[in-house]
Design a protein around this ligand. Sequence first.
Ligand code: SPV
Ligand code: MG
Length: 539
Amino acid sequence: MKKTTQFRRLLNSNQLEFICEAHNGLSARIVEEAGFQGIWGSGLSISAQNGVRDSNELSWTQVLDSLEFMSDVTSIPILLDGDTGYGNFNNMRRLVKKLEQRDIAAVCIEDKLFPKTNSFIRSGTQPLADINEFSGKIKAGKDAQSDDDFAIVARVEAFIAGWGIAEALRRAETYHKAGADAILIHSALSVPDEVIAFKQEWGNRCPVLIVPTKYYTTPTDQFREHKFSMVIWANQILRSATTAMQKSAQNLFEEKNLLSLEDQVVPVSEIFRLQGAKELQEAEKRYLPKSAKGVHAILLGASRGEELGELTIDKPKIMVKINGKPILSHIVDTYNSVGIKHITVVRGYMGQKVNLPNIQYVDNDEFDSRGELLSLQKALVQFSSTDKDMIISYGDVLFNKYIPQILAEEEEDFVVAVDTNWKESVNLNRKADYTSCSMAHSRLSFNKNIYLNKIAEHLEEYEKHGEWMGFLKVSNRVIPKLTAVLDSILSKTNEDKSEMSLLINTLIDQGHTIRVLYTTGHWLDIDSLADIEIAGGFK
Ligand code: SPV
Ligand code: MG
């Protein structure tokens, strides 16, 4: 419902309604969350939160700026305390136009002179506006509004300025005739006598609003009994924030540490929530291009690597040094270079020797008797609910950084990298994972989406389209699915030694599509001493 319509319904409802002061976006949101159905855009509070006086020291456009923040973060109507309308009838017209543009539901103007003074400062000496001039201002405002539901509240300051009930009623009647939708009758007494006397005489000619700041001891039921339309809690949010800020500042100054304060204040996460941080995170997922940043890498690195002989007597293969640093460091550096810093390594053989910093470790003590799928299962336990995509790869495959980059950018649920240059692979005469795909790599496959048919060690030449390089990118959407498939495979005891290729083929059998990204070279499977030489040597 439009905010103007919401406010009109509050004004005309047959029960007592309450609106509460706010003075910036944060306080407006807090007031709405508390349950209020409307906000008082208090002139006193908006001035005070900027450290200036409630004497029109803020320009009217500065007030508008504050209102815009308040309006943007809330769905309930705002009644602006528009002081005297910031000038004459002409300024009032422009004010109404600008308020409507900012989705402000209503404005209240008071019959005093610009620059105004707060009603509780030297109240008795305050001059009132000329009654006819003020009525013209109301008329001009009503004529300027384009939304019929926009409301103008006329605030009668006769009691504040020391005039009696007759003057208050005369003014209210004139303003009502000029088109005011409601009257705010203000009083600086500590008892509600003036406003109640007014209401009794006024009857139900139009809704009447009150601001019980000074007569705060009055039970709310009295306002109900006298059929006031609306109570405005005009400054209590500003004042309670001030109490809290003074206390905290004093505490910090004296204690010079955060210990005694931390439990007394909301956590930073509450501020993020009030700012709507979550919505932005979700929008980023919709609108930002995917990048490797934030992807989680899982490295399967539990096996010893017997084929490297002596090199793996006292450490696992992933810790064997190439070019002066362990294979694992090379892999971590490559992932890091594209922004992937969440890395989990499943270690097994001589696990305690795998101890590079900034990596999460998962241990698979059954690395010898069971296959790599058990390692993956152990790692996945940590990711039952994650909002990150993951790339699963091997602890002994070196690669160029563009490979995780293109995998991460891909939107589909499952993606693998396939080397078209398999005839040049180091694996040519040893065990390799060949792939059969929906289309061979050629000029014809340019711009086509290619999908995986199967992975196998032995394939007929005609259906061999490349070699799987050991990378499986999984979107966070399907991690639970992946986990379920994995669990079902491992629940069959004869699949003890099963490998990643079985998992991928099972996913295909179950109807999942696995996107293939063809690449050429730029990776190296370290499976022999010769591979180490190729990669850069032992030193
Ligand atoms: C305000 O909140 O700025 C008001 C109400 O105008 S009062 O301070 O009571 O005048
Ligand atoms: Mg005010």
